[in-house]
Ligand binder design. Structure first.
Ligand SMILES: C[S@@+](CC[C@H](N)C(=O)[O-])C[C@H]1O[C@@H](n2cnc3c(N)ncnc32)[C@H](O)[C@@H]1O
Length: 447
């Protein structure tokens, strides 16, 4: 979302007028803004900023449930697509039940395709400020292949990002298969649906009412991670909603001024946690996402430090194991899923590397490893030192052979656009920094 509001082809006063309309419309809907307003922010489209100094614990945005757009508020002919009466109706896609995401996106796509319908008109001031197809496609990896440049930029994404992308692509095509018969009648193309689908993906929330007595989660400090991809509880998928105005809030992983966002029975509330000077941006945390997820799900890469960032080590670690060792790890539930974050080398990695270290000692070594896995019997600091040394070697090799090569290759490739190449290269550099940080930490003797 880089060009929409800073684009020189778009006069600045257009933006202002759109904002004025949006605010007037929001007021009619009963959306309450208190000391905040939308504003264009360089490099991140629109955001919400403070219009006066804010105190801690002020409710700065309130949205009542009647303003939520959910699968239940979609056009009736779309809602019918999920009902069981449709199943067995003879159509090939009849027995797959559609996700809320699919329905919400279809409804939004119809707002765009039929701008003069009374339904679309009702939401016009809100849809007017949504990112254009061009803006969204330029930053959302799922759409990079659609921009017509050269699809192959995708293959330069790091493994974790590619994995999310491939799951996302599967979800999108299932959703499109489920709605296309209905949407194509109204002239909605696959591309137009992808635009709407991507908008829902990047700006929907899990409608999750917090019951104070059941809070086994520890999400009070910095917001509720209620963004679409933010929650891990099951059954959430079908409770996603779009919320005008709240969908203008940008993300931060680690700002000390993060605002909290909560659903209660009276709606959605955004509150400050610290004092905020006039003009500062209101930031919430979408979820505890690693940067690969932020890039693929939301189409941006944070430049500030993300304490939740991590990177898989599978590509670096897995090739070191022969089939016998692989089998041993599989039997014990420790094959693959190796991860590194800024503070820790995950336990699975520790287990795998210990095996690599001990198996040259023969059956005795393997028995020792097994005791360690089963009973936590410690091999002592000496073993840990050798495991750390091994990991340093593995990381250095991966840095030289993969990370640095990928940065060079993606910067020099002809795929995508310059900004897409830069974002992919930057993600690899971040991974490199995470690994170098670990090497330094281990070299200092901290595990
Ligand atoms: C919920 S919307 C927020 C409003 C959005 N900026 C807009 O212009 O409509 C989410 C999108 O905002 C952008 N965004 C959010 N946080 C960001 C950040 N920290 N840096 C850059 N872009 C961000 C991304 O494009 C993301 O997909």
């Amino acid at each position: 979302m880089i060009s929409r509001t800073t684009d020189s082809t778009q006069p600045q006063d257009n933006t202002t007028e759109a904002h004025t309309n949006l605010l007037a419309w929001a007021q009619e809907q009963g959306i309450k803004l208190n000391g905040v307003k939308p504003r264009a922010l360089p490099g991140r489209g629109l955001g919400i900023v403070a219009t006066r100094p804010l105190q801690p614990n002020e409710t700065i945005l309130h949205i009542s449930p009647s303003c939520f757009r959910t699968a239940d508020t979609a056009r009736p002919r779309l809602r019918k697509l999920t009902s069981s009466s449709f199943a067995g109706g003879g159509s090939s896609s009849s027995n797959t039940s559609l996700s809320s995401h699919a329905i919400l996106a279809a409804d939004l796509a119809l707002d765009f395709a039929k701008p003069n319908s009374p339904r679309s008109q009702r939401n016009a001031p809100w849809t007017a400020v949504l990112p254009s197809q061009e803006d969204l496609f330029s930053c959302l990896p799922l759409a990079w292949a659609e921009t017509g440049v050269w699809p192959d930029i995708e293959s330069y994404l790091p493994p974790a990002a590619r994995k999310i992308l491939s799951r996302q692509r599967g979800e999108f095509s299932t959703d499109w298969d489920g709605v296309k018969d209905v949407l194509e009648k109204d002239g909605v193309t696959r591309e137009a649906y992808l635009h709407a689908w991507g908008l829902v993906n990047t700006r929907s929330f899990y409608w999750h009412v917090h019951h104070p007595r059941h809070h086994h989660h520890h999400q009070h400090l910095h917001g509720d991670d209620s963004h679409h991809h933010g929650s891990t509880s099951s059954g959430r998928e079908d409770r996603i909603c779009l919320q005008p105005l709240a969908d203008l809030l940008n993300h931060s992983s680690s700002s000390p001024h993060l605002c909290t966002a909560t659903f209660t029975s009276t709606g959605f509330h955004v509150r400050t946690t610290t004092p905020l000077p006039e003009g500062s941006e209101i930031l919430v945390r979408y979820g505890r996402h690693a940067n690969d997820a932020l890039l693929v799900e939301y189409g941006f890469l944070p430049s500030d430090l993300n304490p939740w960032d991590e990177t898989p080590l599978d590509d670096a670690v897995i090739p070191l194991f022969n089939s016998q060792l692989k089998e041993l790890l599989e039997e014990n539930g420790f094959w693959g899923g190796y991860v590194l974050d800024a503070k820790t080398v995950c336990y699975r990695t520790q287990v795998a590397l210990r095996l690599l270290l001990l198996w040259p000692d023969g059956p005795g070594g393997i028995a020792r490893w097994k005791r360690w896995v089963d009973e936590g019997e410690d091999g002592g600091e000496e073993v840990q030192r050798r495991v750390d040394g091994m990991l340093v070697g593995i990381l250095e090799k991966y840095l030289n052979e993969t990370v640095e090569r990928m940065v060079r290759e993606v910067e020099g490739c002809k795929g995508g656009t310059e900004s897409q190449r830069q974002v992919v290269a930057e993600r690899w550099r971040q991974i490199g920094r995470l690994m170098r940080g670990t090497i330094e930490r281990l070299a200092c003797g901290e595990s």
